[in-house]
Design a protein around this ligand. Sequence first.
Ligand SMILES: [Zn+2]
Ligand SMILES: [Zn+2]
Ligand SMILES: [Zn+2]
Length: 282
Amino acid sequence: MNLTFLGTAAANAYPEAFCSCENCQQARKLGGRNLRKRSAALINDDLLIDLGPDVMTAAAMHNSPLTQVRYCLQTHAHADHLDTSHFLSRSPGYGVVGAPRLQFYASAGTLRMAAQLLARDCEPHSFFDPEISERLNLEIHQIKASQQFMMGQYRVTAFTANHDSFVESLLYAIESDGQSIFYGTDTAELPEETWQGFHQHKLCFDVVILDHTYGPDKSGDDHLTAEKFIEHIARMSEEKLLKENARILATHISHDANPVHAELVEFAARHGYEVGYDGMTL
Ligand SMILES: [Zn+2]
Ligand SMILES: [Zn+2]
Ligand SMILES: [Zn+2]
């Protein structure tokens, strides 16, 4: 599997356009890997994780067209991960040619929110009606935590996140070609049922991508901090959830106490992990 980070920032991007903090000013000055768009990832050329607000820009900037995308795993319906206008803009009604039918996987809570956001565009139907699926070139799959399913060549297992239970946030393990990736954002400390799920499904990861919203020396309990991130890797290693030479990467990086890229890379290297950047391919 190839994975490309289309975005590696938390909700307000990095630099946050309205912010004059030290980190944002530095990031503006340095450019390049210091400029982070809202989190999303592309696996091979056909599996998108999160239909986020910046995927159009990312696809163009990082030479990662989404023309072959036929699967989307949606983590949750927060605005930094789901921009429902993409359902419309990728549809034949907007002149889009050749896009495969999108198989869209999300929790009931996330689908409910998407339907609300699209209510006016779908009138007099609803997002879930076959007329709308046809119009949007879309097939909706409602999934829930602990569920395992096949999606083309990918075996996917969904896990409970410690995030917004209203939208029923999910984290995903994706397996293909004997390789295994865990995509773990957005979440605070992983729930015990998720740890148990890793073992129940006998997972052992080649790549772990985890929430790193808050930087070193910053506390926070609605997302992972650098400190908690390090504790999670240690536990994964102790519980033999990592393959030898597994790669651990930070994503969903906010300007809040996360220094600019090179400095964060240095910190991460001291603690045995890497820092994702927009356009990075594994
Ligand atoms: Zn987020
Ligand atoms: Zn800032
Ligand atoms: Zn979120």
